[in-house]
Write a protein that binds this ligand. Structure first.
Ligand SMILES: Nc1ncnc2c1ncn2[C@@H]1O[C@H](COP(=O)(O)OP(=O)(O)OP(=O)(O)O)[C@@H](O)[C@H]1O
Ligand SMILES: [Mg+2]
Length: 268
């Protein structure tokens, strides 16, 4: 039975689609998992542009309007993808998402939902359909205040956030992981540096793990994926010696997450 992972944020442009595409692609290509990746950003869908599905024959919008789910699945980079239609015009009901994908969970190891940043039914549909929610945030105060609001919303729906992924870190002026964790009450499970290669990968429409496999971005995606699989992290004496407090915190949080995934402790 698949675990459904929802990537959410209340701010646009933080990296939800980039990370959804990277995690899905890496789970398939590095760990041979079966993954269904869905564009749940209904009003501004663009997962297709990250996954090189530019003119999909059917989309999540058609599925929500009554077409079969299987008719909207496109295979790309080894991943089963249900893209969105950015030219959609018909009304849709986002709250149908969970029911529409429910029966597919037996066919996959993971279902990955790339959410909308809008504080409305769109984001709520991902929150409700997910077994595990990850909030993506950049390490600055304005975005973190939005992340705290998203955490509050998820909690009100009895869907607590499993972890924060800090993306587009720049170094010196970042809010520290300790502070992020203390202010949100949510463990930080990954910290990904800003890397121009993401723009190249997007221009080529190839997710990072396939575009530039040796980068720090992909190493961090790998560490996160290993936690999702309940696997221990690779570590060396060299890394132990040179890791700072942020890295140590991340590592402990991921070990806890890994254990929770391994034992199913978070499973609803
Ligand atoms: N670690 C990173 N380093 C550099 N650029 C990044 C990184 N992560 C994402 N980006 C870039 O940031 C931009 C926004 O990313 P993305 O579309 O994934 O955000 P999003 O949260 O899904 O946005 P939206 O809420 O609008 O859907 C893209 O151009 C992407 O290539
Ligand atoms: Mg997006």
């Amino acid at each position: 039975m698949a675990k459904t992972l929802g990537f959410i944020s209340l701010k646009g442009g933080v990296g939800k689609t980039t990370l959804s595409a990277a995690v899905a692609t890496h789970l398939v290509n590095a760990y041979h998992k079966k993954v269904l990746l869905i564009d749940a950003n209904f009003s501004a869908p663009n997962l297709g542009l990250h996954m090189n599905i530019v003119s999909p024959r059917r989309t999540i919008h058609d599925v929500l309007n009554g077409d079969s789910v299987s008719s909207a699945i496109h295979q790309q980079y080894g991943v089963d993808v249900i893209p969105g239609n950015f030219l959609h015009s018909k009304e849709i009901n986002p709250m149908l998402l969970k029911d529409k994908i429910g029966h597919l969970k037996n066919n996959y190891d993971f279902v990955v939902l790339d959410s909308s940043p809008s504080l409305n039914e769109e984001m709520l549909s991902t929150i409700i359909a997910s077994d595990y929610i990850f909030a993506v945030s950049t390490p600055d105060y304005p975005t973190l205040s939005c992340t705290m609001r998203a955490a509050q919303l998820a909690k009100q729906r009895h869907r607590p956030i499993s972890g924060i992924i800090v993306n587009q870190s720049h170094g010196s002026y970042d809010v520290s992981l300790q502070e992020i964790q203390e202010s949100t009450g949510i463990p930080v499970v990954a910290k990904i540096k800003y890397d121009d290669i993401q723009h190249m990968a997007l221009a080529e429409r190839v997710p990072a793990p396939l575009f530039a496999s040796g980068t720090k971005f992909v190493s961090e995606i790998d560490r996160f994926c290993r936690a999702l699989l309940g696997l221990p992290e690779y570590s060396s004496k060299f890394m132990k010696f040179f890791s700072g407090s942020d890295e140590r915190l991340e590592k402990v949080n991921r070990a806890i997450l890994s254990k929770e995934f391994y034992t199913g402790a978070f499973k609803r």
